[in-house]
Design a protein around this ligand. Structure first.
Ligand code: ZN
Length: 272
């Protein structure tokens, strides 16, 4: 178990991040460590904490100058960001992203950071976070997709996203329908497997499994190379090429060519 966290620690050092040992099972920094005090900056100390220690420290990272981490409280705000950022630069939305134990997201971006970043509800700009495969409250941080590169370029989109509300988009957000939810949405998300849904609606598409990830040709656009992925643990999907992504409800809506609202209504009759 210790080995996976050590491998992650070396990867982050390689990307120019400093490391922080985080108390097991929590997000609290180990005594004596902090962004402005002591950090781990080399392999020797990384091995001491993340490979040779008798306990499994969680792993924290501190971003180098010019790199930020967008910390989304919840999945819907994250999806708002994806739709927004797509209009600036598609490649931004495939920058390395992790899903947090409470179903938020951390998006790692580097580039010119505009002055005066503001904050909007549900998202914060951070310079240090806990990362995969740390475990907090019994749940692991996970990388979202299979890509590991960090976007580098203009971060104007971040500035605009934080400065004003997201413009209405053609795609509805599931959270906007919570008034009539009554727990139905989480019941649907909890009972319906995205892998089973994929097999049911696209039975002829070959799925290649790699642990909790599945890859295949994208069912939502025509392609010759597999850009599509499913994450069976988090029950979400995405496509690196056409940028479709979301949860089981979004998948069902796309597969049946209906909107999210209709999808919830149909699925409620089966699962809620
Ligand atoms: Zn696609």
């Amino acid at each position: 178990m210790t080995q996976d966290i050590y491998i992650a620690a070396l990867d982050w050092l390689g990307r120019g991040f400093d490391l922080l040992p985080i108390q097991p099972g929590t997000k609290k920094k180990a005594a004596g460590f902090g962004v402005y005090s002591s950090r781990i900056t080399d392999q020797y100390f990384a091995a001491q904490y993340f490979r040779d220690a008798s306990m499994r420290w969680n792993l924290g990272v501190v971003a180098p100058e010019g790199t930020i981490i967008l910390d989304f409280d919840n999945w819907d705000t994250y999806l708002d960001w994806v739709r927004f950022a797509k209009r600036f630069d598609d490649s931004m939305t495939t920058s390395y992203t992790e899903v947090t134990p409470r179903y938020g997201a951390h998006v790692f971006l580097s580039g010119e950071v505009p002055d005066g970043l503001k904050c909007r509800d549900g998202v914060e700009v951070k310079h240090d976070v806990v990362v995969a495969p740390s475990i907090v409250g019994g749940v692991r941080y996970e990388s979202l997709g299979v890509e590991t590169h960090i976007y580098h370029g203009s971060l104007d989109a971040v500035f605009f996203f934080l400065s004003r509300p997201c413009p209405d988009s053609a795609v509805q957000v599931v959270s906007k329908m919570r008034d009539y939810d009554g727990g139905a949405i989480s019941k649907i998300k909890g009972s319906l497997s995205i892998v089973e849904l994929m097999r049911k609606y696209y039975p002829r598409t070959k799925l290649k499994q790699r642990g909790i990830f599945y890859n295949s040709l994208c069912p939502f656009h025509a392609e010759k190379n597999s850009s599509f992925w499913l994450n069976s643990q988090l029950n979400i999907f995405g496509c690196h090429a056409c940028k479709a992504r979301g949860d089981v409800i979004n998948f069902y809506a796309l597969a049946k060519n209906i909107n999210n609202d209709q999808a919830v209504r149909e699925l409620m009759t089966f699962y809620a």
